[in-house]
Design a protein around this ligand. Structure first.
Ligand code: UFG
Length: 325
């Protein structure tokens, strides 16, 4: 029988891409999403879908009783760095308390393998780059704090209940699925690449949040990773956890950084038009530079990114064009 995978947040941008790849690899997929930030159009037609909030423990229990879940992939969370500064309680309630419900429902139903969608935001202002997994955890945003706190809960569940986990710390996800069916939809859009593409298409200016950082051109540097590369790491993660492996925290990035200004220029090439920009004050909770070291992913999962920044921008643009049809 094909393995059954439960994915929370499977109607979100990254979740939908993981579901798509799981289905291509012949897994049976159960999606839980409350559609608060997920999108109906991203629900995969071949997945079983439950419109459920992870804070509803009774419903979670029911789903675990109805399916024989091999591994859980947990993405359901609020994920805006800016919003988290304004609504910290909401972030802790969703990202930590909601996640704990899920872990409790798992152990009560003898499901002991989970892949958690963590973030580079757990590191805060880096003490060195590239950042490896031994770098101190020192988040500077509430969002990062909730991800770091949940990683601690996972360690506790491992100790107390022998629950095995992989915490995958994504750097900056971008791009869309190979057929451009599953891409980035956030309302409102705050992420850099889709924001540039949306605004430039309407000849509007993109705001650059700070040009006085201690970086080569003064703007923030990020490690952009293609969403399909992220999805592939989850497939390898399921295999890894299936081999009685130990719990681990693993970075997913490309080991390359691009500044905001460089991304604007690259988008301008893809769009074949100049992109207007204006300098605005720094955004709260933004580290100046985030670049991953990915040796651990290579060693433990035999994973390496395959797609470049050009694939990211091109596929993001194709998805944008589909959206506006
Ligand atoms: N930026 C702008 N203008 C914009 C939007 C973004 O200048 O209109 C800048 C930001 O200040 C930042 C960079 O572009 O320096 C990237 O910003 P994003 O909002 O695209 O992404 P973040 O780095 O804030 O956060 C993303 C995810 C987080 C994750 C983090 C890890 O949203 O979940 O990457 O690096 F934790």
């Amino acid at each position: 029988m094909n393995k059954e995978i439960l994915i929370t947040g499977g109607a979100g941008y990254i979740g939908a891409n993981i579901v798509d790849l799981l289905i291509k690899k012949k897994y049976k997929v159960v999606v839980i999403d409350n559609l608060s930030t997920g999108n109906k159009s991203l629900i995969h037609p071949d997945a079983i879908f439950y419109n459920v909030d992870i804070s509803d423990k009774a419903k979670l229990e029911e789903i675990f009783r109805m399916h024989i879940i091999d591994t859980v992939i947990h993405l359901a969370a609020l994920s805006s760095v800016g919003e988290s500064a304004k609504k910290p309680k909401k972030y802790f309630k969703n990202n930590v308390k909601g996640g704990l419900n899920l872990l409790e429902a798992m152990v009560e139903n003898e499901c002991k393998k989970i892949i958690f969608s963590s973030s580079a935001a757990v590191y805060g202002n880096p003490q060195y780059v590239p950042i490896n997994e031994d770098h101190p955890i020192n988040p500077i945003s509430i969002y990062g704090e909730t991800k770091a706190t949940f990683e601690e809960k996972l360690k506790l569940f491992d100790k107390q209940h022998d629950l095995k986990f992989l915490s995958l710390r994504y750097f900056n996800a971008g791009g869309s699925s190979d057929d451009n069916r599953f891409g980035e939809i956030h309302i409102p859009e705050t992420h850099l690449i889709p924001s540039i593409l949306k605004l430039a298409a309407k000849n509007r200016e993109i705001s650059i949040f700070g040009d006085d950082y201690d970086t080569k051109d003064g703007t923030c540097i990020r490690d952009y990773i293609h969403v399909v590369d992220i999805a592939e790491a989850h497939i390898l993660g399921i295999e890894y956890l299936g081999n009685n492996a130990q719990s681990e925290m693993i970075n997913l990035g490309t080991e390359k950084g691009y500044s905001v200004k460089e991304i604007i220029n690259l988008c301008s090439k893809t769009l074949e038009k100049s992109v207007k920009s204006k300098i605005e004050p720094r955004r709260k909770g933004d580290p100046p530079i985030l670049i991953a070291s990915c040796g651990k992913a290579k060693k433990l999962l035999n994973w390496e990114h395959k797609k470049t920044i050009h694939h990211i921008i091109e596929s993001a643009w194709k998805f944008e064009q589909k959206l506006s049809i």
